[in-house]
Design a protein around this ligand. Structure first.
Ligand code: CA
Length: 221
């Protein structure tokens, strides 16, 4: 199976960058301003959704009603402003090495993220050498994760068959999205959830750190 792999699709937050603590903090703080006590764990359970989808989910679950369009923008803009003041998320250990090694073995690298941050395109090029043409962002999809659309778009962009690709995800909804697109999925548990949640979501392999992921995976390719 391994010698026919042509591309790896990496999620961004929590796989390439240690950015989830910033998202956890800014979700909790921006929901607080509208009277929602958003538990820390929810930031991880809902990771991978688009921002607006997370806001609609939280209003329904914690206030028992739909969020108006104005409310969705209010929370979203608040979170975006808070993120700008957060410390810069570090690259997770081993990920640059893994990506370089895969690329040297002739494997194409794609990034598939729900994020819409305007700077992500520059960051991914500078830090990982991934060009804009190999990025699927929140701006490219109608349906975010856990819907398969982000990974189906990545497949289409790559031109490869689903059995020629591997996804790397850290969030249960991301794994669900990849599996719904029919792609082999490696989970790396960089967050606060029990790893079983990722296996239950359908992950084919589970690693407890990006260093373990890098060591085992770079040996295979
Ligand atoms: Ca993620």
């Amino acid at each position: 199976m391994l010698n026919k792999i042509k591309a790896f699709f990496f999620d961004m937050d929590g796989v390439l960058y240690d950015s989830m603590p910033n998202h956890e903090y800014t979700w909790i703080k921006s929901f607080k301003t509208v009277g929602i006590d958003f538990p820390s764990e929810e930031a991880y359970l809902n990771e991978g959704r688009t921002g607006f989808s997370t806001i609609r989910y939280a209003y329904k679950k914690y206030l028992g009603r739909e969020a108006s369009i104005d409310e969705q923008h209010l929370v979203y803009n608040r979170k975006t402003a808070l993120i700008k003041d957060c410390p810069k998320a570090k690259i997770l250990p081993g990920m640059q090495d893994l990506i370089n090694q895969l690329r040297n073995s002739g494997i194409d690298i794609y990034v598939v993220t729900g994020s819409k941050q305007p700077i992500l395109i520059d960051k991914l090029l500078n830090d990982f050498g991934v060009p804009k043409s190999n990025i699927v962002s929140g701006n490219d999809v109608k349906q975010g994760k856990p819907h398969p659309e982000p990974y189906l778009i990545a497949l289409e962009k790559s031109g490869f068959k689903k059995e020629e690709c591997i996804v790397v995800e850290n969030a249960p909804l991301g794994v669900e999205s990849a599996k719904a697109a029919g792609i082999y999925s490696i989970a790396v548990n960089t967050g606060k959830l029990n790893g079983q949640v990722l296996l239950d979501a359908g992950a084919d392999e589970l690693f407890e750190s990006t260093v373990e992921l890098m060591q085992v995976t770079s040996d295979k390719f």
